[in-house]
Design a protein around this ligand. Structure first.
Ligand SMILES: *[C@@H]1O[C@H](CO)[C@@H](O)[C@H](O)[C@H]1NC(C)=O
Ligand SMILES: *[C@@H]1O[C@H](CO)[C@@H](O)[C@H](O)[C@H]1NC(C)=O
Ligand SMILES: *[C@@H]1O[C@H](CO)[C@@H](O)[C@H](O)[C@H]1NC(C)=O
Ligand SMILES: *[C@@H]1O[C@H](CO)[C@@H](O)[C@H](O)[C@H]1NC(C)=O
Ligand SMILES: *[C@@H]1O[C@H](CO)[C@@H](O)[C@H](O)[C@H]1NC(C)=O
Ligand SMILES: *[C@@H]1O[C@H](CO)[C@@H](O)[C@H](O)[C@H]1NC(C)=O
Ligand SMILES: *[C@@H]1O[C@H](CO)[C@@H](O)[C@H](O)[C@H]1NC(C)=O
Ligand SMILES: *[C@@H]1O[C@H](CO)[C@@H](O)[C@H](O)[C@H]1NC(C)=O
Ligand SMILES: *[C@@H]1O[C@H](CO)[C@@H](O)[C@H](O)[C@H]1NC(C)=O
Ligand SMILES: *[C@@H]1O[C@H](CO)[C@@H](O)[C@H](O)[C@H]1NC(C)=O
Ligand SMILES: *[C@@H]1O[C@H](CO)[C@@H](O)[C@H](O)[C@H]1NC(C)=O
Length: 594
């Protein structure tokens, strides 16, 4: 059992013992620890208990749900696994009444926020309940296989922190987002097989809070507001971990996400200002720390830290961005949310670095009013660039970034003519749930000579599946599109901050391999007003290794074989060990959200 969970569970049980007359939702108030070795109070009103049952074939998970849904006379209760915290692409299990009035668990999935679609194949089974416990709580048990072999379901992976989303509301058939005030997300290892690393020890580090300066949250649904920050460090420090500080608890989920963007130089604006930041200003474009409710503490590897403070290669200035989601238009909230950075002046062996991958081409048009038009961009970071890397780079996080028409995205790796495990895959991109994800192979490195292919797919319907009537082009505004993977890695390379394609270079099969974080700034100075690159600049940049050859390499692609196909093959005795290892690593792994 996860140490933190067990402490929480015991503490909650102790409270329940001390106050037996208070029927507050708690772990093990209505289920016992023998039956459910794991429990997490994922919300004040929602205790999730679970057990892995490997006696069934295939192995399954049993959930014991204890929820205070007393606000509803006839509640539905939903729980699910999501790729990065959002509804889009999530696998959902919903307790509801069916047409003849019996409670069932409806195995469902969602393509857009708010509208679950029943799966063709129903894999979840209601085992017990729902029952009322005390005045307020609804209790039930259900199960489903860890791996259902259904494309419409998520696979519960061992030792992996899944994004868990939950919600409950009134009456079976209005499972619509805007009716739901009781919802949230968290991250849990549902199937632990080994002892997790000890929790981050805050006591070992100094910390600093970076918060919004008492900001009056506007009474409108979407607000991206920023403030400029200068860290009060006179010498270099290593940031070793960070977490969110939100003034809001429970169902008032006004803070949707918080991001600190580093600014390579002092920004033009005043420190302490507040401004709208959709899009983020050009001089603070370096995604650094990302947090959203449910994310907990994010820790860097023990031999690396983010270089904060004055001096070359370190970051002193930041733009703190808070996305306030305010659909109920509250007008009386003054906010001081932000991030707590844990840091040390005992510098670690390595600096964390950021590498920008993707396609910065400005030559694409996604036509309006064409819902079936599917387009892709392949941003190649070629061997001619990675050959300039002095050492192997350890990959800490991917951060996939497209805008509203982004559909899916991946960064694949070609080594010696063979594709190896991708750095990351997002099958259901959701602009509102971006955020960092650990690489699929937790030990992933980029080696000199590797080719990285960052591919973005766009479908011109927005998140609500409405048609966009205008053409969409490349750009920083949300009505334009981008294709970036902001990679967190170490050891930091002072010379190279981006390895990506740009249209002015792409037409000549060239890529940009440079220290400048935003290659556009540098390239624009090297172009004629018509956008063509100046011949002499081009040659100088080629000579400097900044513009490098970049054609799609010839390679043997990795085959995606599902675990279930493997099981079938195993039964007929044809499976190869090598294949199953790469397949195990191929499973999509995502850690926290934005
Ligand atoms: C149950 O939730 C309601 C809000 O919906 C709250 O008022 C009540 O105090 C909660 N009851 C317990 C026992 O936690
Ligand atoms: C735990 O709960 C299960 C199912 O209700 C029951 O069979 C079992 O006896 C309980 N065990 C303990 C130790 O209370
Ligand atoms: C089944 O689970 C039990 C208890 O968690 C564990 O001891 C046992 O090794 C597992 N068996 C298999 C085949 O995974
Ligand atoms: C509702 O669920 C019950 C119990 O599982 C089942 O017997 C019944 O056929 C279902 N009704 C419909 C309309 O699916
Ligand atoms: C905050 O952001 C919203 C929308 O993103 C904008 O309308 C508002 O003017 C911003 N306020 C400030 C002070 O930046
Ligand atoms: C900052 O100011 C400089 C000099 O006034 C100007 O050239 C530059 O474009 C400004 N940058 C931004 C992002 O506004
Ligand atoms: C939209 O793009 C198409 C090409 O895909 C072009 O023919 C058309 O003129 C564009 N429309 C507008 C309004 O820019
Ligand atoms: C989107 O536009 C296409 C082409 O104009 C049209 O056929 C379709 O009905 C529209 N869909 C929606 C949901 O508006
Ligand atoms: C992205 O979507 C396209 C179009 O549906 C599909 O062909 C492709 O396999 C998808 N890629 C990923 C990584 O899911
Ligand atoms: C862009 O401008 C330069 C310099 O005036 C000229 O040499 C070049 O031919 C132009 N390119 C295009 C595509 O118009
Ligand atoms: C880049 O490609 C050009 C044309 O294909 C070729 O002549 C040149 O040698 C290549 N340069 C390198 C460094 O591979």
């Amino acid at each position: 059992m996860h140490l933190q969970l067990s402490l929480t569970a015991r503490a909650a049980a102790a409270v329940a013992l001390l106050l037996p007359s208070v029927a507050a939702t708690a772990c093990y108030a209505n289920f016992n620890e023998t039956e459910f070795p794991h429990c997490s109070l994922i919300d004040n009103n929602f205790a999730l208990h679970w057990a892995i049952n490997n006696a069934t074939s295939p192995a399954s998970i049993v959930f014991g749900v204890d929820v205070n849904a007393s606000a509803f006379s006839d509640p539905w209760v939903g729980l699910g696994i999501s790729e990065n915290g959002g509804m889009s692409g999530a696998d959902l299990w919903i307790l509801k009444k069916n047409a003849t009035g019996s409670y069932v668990i409806q195995d469902s999935y969602a393509l857009t926020a708010g509208y679950p679609i029943p799966d063709t194949h129903q894999d979840a089974q209601l085992l017990e309940g729902p029952q009322k416990k005390g005045d307020s709580n609804t209790v039930f048990k259900f199960s489903r296989p860890l791996d259902t072999c259904d494309q419409e379901d998520a696979t519960i992976q061992s030792d992996f922190r899944h994004h868990i989303i939950w919600a409950f509301g009134e009456s079976a058939d209005s499972v619509a987002k805007h009716d739901v005030k009781n919802r949230g997300n968290t991250q849990l290892v549902l199937h632990p097989t080994k002892t997790p690393p000890p929790p981050f020890n805050k006591a070992l580090y100094e910390s600093i809070d970076i918060v919004m300066p008492s900001f009056h949250v506007p009474a409108q649904t979407t607000n991206y507001n920023c403030t400029h920050v200068a860290l009060p460090f006179s010498t270099k420090r290593h940031v070793v971990a960070f977490e969110g500080i939100s003034s809001f608890q429970g169902s008032l989920d006004l803070v949707h996400h918080i991001v600190m963007w580093a600014c390579p130089k002092a920004p033009n604006a005043t420190v302490g200002d507040v401004y709208e930041c959709l899009p983020q200003p050009d001089d603070c474009q370096h995604i650094t720390f990302v947090w959203a409710p449910g994310a907990g503490v994010t820790e860097y590897p023990s031999d690396a830290g983010f270089p904060a403070g004055p001096g070359d290669g370190n970051f002193l200035y930041y733009s703190l961005q808070v996305h306030y989601n305010n659909p109920t238009l509250v007008n009386d909230v003054v906010d001081q949310s932000g991030l707590r950075l844990y840091y040390t002046d005992k510098l670690r062996e390595n600096d964390i670095g950021m590498l920008l991958l993707g396609d910065d081409s400005d030559d694409f048009v996604i036509p309006g009013n064409s819902p079936d038009f599917t387009s892709t961009r392949d941003g190649i970071c070629p061997a001619t660039c990675t050959n300039q890397f002095a050492t192997d780079l350890k990959v800490v996080f991917n951060f996939f970034h497209m805008h509203g028409l982004g559909y899916n995205m991946s960064t694949r790796v070609i080594r010696d003519g063979n594709e190896i495990t991708p750095l990351g895959i997002r099958k259901h991109y959701d602009y509102h749930f971006q955020g960092s994800s650990v690489p699929i192979n937790p030990l992933a490195v980029i080696k000199p000579g590797d080719t990285l292919i960052t591919k973005c797919t766009y479908i011109p319907t927005d998140a609500s599946h409405a048609n966009r009537s205008a053409n969409t082009t490349y750009g920083a505004g949300t009505d334009a599109e981008m294709c970036f993977n902001f990679l967190t890695y170490y050891p930091a390379m002072p010379g190279i901050g981006s390895c990506m394609q740009m249209s002015s270079a792409k037409s000549n099969n060239l890529a940009y391999c440079s220290s400048d974080h935003d290659p556009r700034v540098e390239l624009i100075q090297k172009q004629y007003p018509n956008g063509t690159m100046k011949k002499e600049s081009m040659q100088a940049m080629k000579d400097a290794g900044v513009l490098v050859n970049a054609s799609m390499p010839v390679f043997v692609a990795l085959k995606e074989v599902s675990q279930c196909a493997l099981t079938d093959q195993k039964a007929s005795g044809v499976v190869e060990i090598g294949v199953s290892v790469s397949v195990a690593l191929f499973m999509v792994c995502l850690v926290y959200l934005m």
